[in-house]
Design a protein around this ligand. Structure first.
Ligand code: ACO
Length: 311
């Protein structure tokens, strides 16, 4: 039966169809999916912090409503993704514990500070723009529940990206100070956004296997290039510049040449030593501790409802 299961898995992957929760799958496939989906979920949850920082200070009611909706979407994405990880047999409490202990990662990008209002626009435009480039191919991932979750997530990310672009567009056409603030935010978020795609292909330990399993459809460098090509044109429309003097259309390659982000910095941030890692984790821990009474009360209430229904 083991040989049959293996043959079935290989045939499904070869036919470009979906593996579903009840299907047999190699242990390493399950493990790599749990790793990636959990890291993705944690990123959404930690990712609420940098922008949450501006909810009380958004410059208008409309901007505040948009930002609130966006941060709530991120909470929803996190819960959606934890549910996808659960279909692989992962235990949600265990995933939370692994985030808090640092055994599981979350995206490097959320360890950078949001020092001005324009950072909210830059995150929407660049960070969510990069997230979309990375996540649209995940809608075709070989694992059914992850692929299906990505469809809705990408639709919402697309709204996030546009609101960021629109916000920067307004700032770019505002006062000198507003324009300078928008440019400064782009200058600070550009390279960390490029680094989000992960280490260069030569140093990416999981890419080859994940592409063979059709979890990843493109390598880190392919997606990074796609993001650069797309973003250069959008910057022109914004009337702001990307902080890279080497950005240049390369006729031969059919792509823009660009300066690589600092991968040593990426590794340092991934290891827990970025500008805001400690603050992000401390906030998360505090949220769990101060919210325990709420989840305990909710669980007690649910248990009581169950007994009543049985009676
Ligand atoms: N931040 C933190 N860790 C990273 C990052 C990053 N930007 N890029 C790579 N890593 C980690 C990998 O998790 C891996 O570590 P591990 O083996 O301990 O898990 C290691 O660096 C080596 O990288 P790769 O071999 O290239 O790893 P992988 O094949 O998983 O590719 C990638 C990394 C592209 C991030 C992939 O996991 C992915 O597509 N994930 C889903 C998308 C996602 O998580 N997005 C979150 C941010 S977007 C948002 O929420 C708005």
């Amino acid at each position: 039966p083991d040989a049959d299961a293996e043959a079935y898995f290989d045939a499904v992957i070869a036919a470009d169809q979906k593996i579903e929760p009840r299907d047999a799958m190699p242990e390493a496939y399950r493990k790599t999916l749990i790793r990636q989906i959990a890291q993705h979920a944690h990123s959404e949850i930690i990712g609420m912090q940098p922008e949450g920082n501006w909810i009380t200070r958004a410059p208008s009611l409309a901007r505040k409503a948009i930002l609130l909706a966006k941060v709530q979407d991120e909470a929803g994405h996190g819960l959606y993704l934890y549910a996808a990880a659960e279909t692989l047999g992962a235990d949600r409490e265990d995933l939370y514990a692994q985030l808090l202990s640092g055994r599981q990662k979350y995206s490097s990008i959320f360890n950078y500070p949001t020092v001005t209002w324009a950072d909210v626009g830059a995150i929407g435009w660049l960070v969510d723009g990069a997230a979309i480039v990375n996540q649209v191919p995940l809608c075709r991932c070989s694992y059914g529940p992850y692929a299906r979750a990505m469809i809705r997530v990408c639709k919402e990310e697309s709204f996030h990206q546009r609101q960021g672009f629109q916000s920067l567009y307004v700032l770019a056409r505002g006062t000198e100070k507003q324009r300078a603030m928008a440019q400064d935010a782009i200058d600070r978020w550009w390279y960390p956004s490029l680094a989000m795609f992960g280490p260069p292909d030569a140093d990416s330990k999981h890419t080859a296997q994940s592409m063979e399993w059709k979890i990843k459809r493109y390598s880190n460098d392919e997606l990074r290039q796609k993001f650069v090509d797309m973003t250069v044109q959008q910057a022109e429309v914004l009337g702001l510049t990307l902080p890279d003097e080497n950005l240049q259309w390369n006729e031969e390659r059919g792509h823009y040449d660009y300066t690589q982000p600092d991968y040593d910095e990426l590794m340092q941030v991934i290891k827990g030593d970025g500008p805001c890692n400690r603050q992000r984790m401390a906030n998360r821990r505090e949220a769990v501790e101060s919210g325990t009474w709420v989840s305990e009360a909710a669980a007690a209430y649910a248990a009581k409802q169950d007994t009543r229904q049985e009676a």
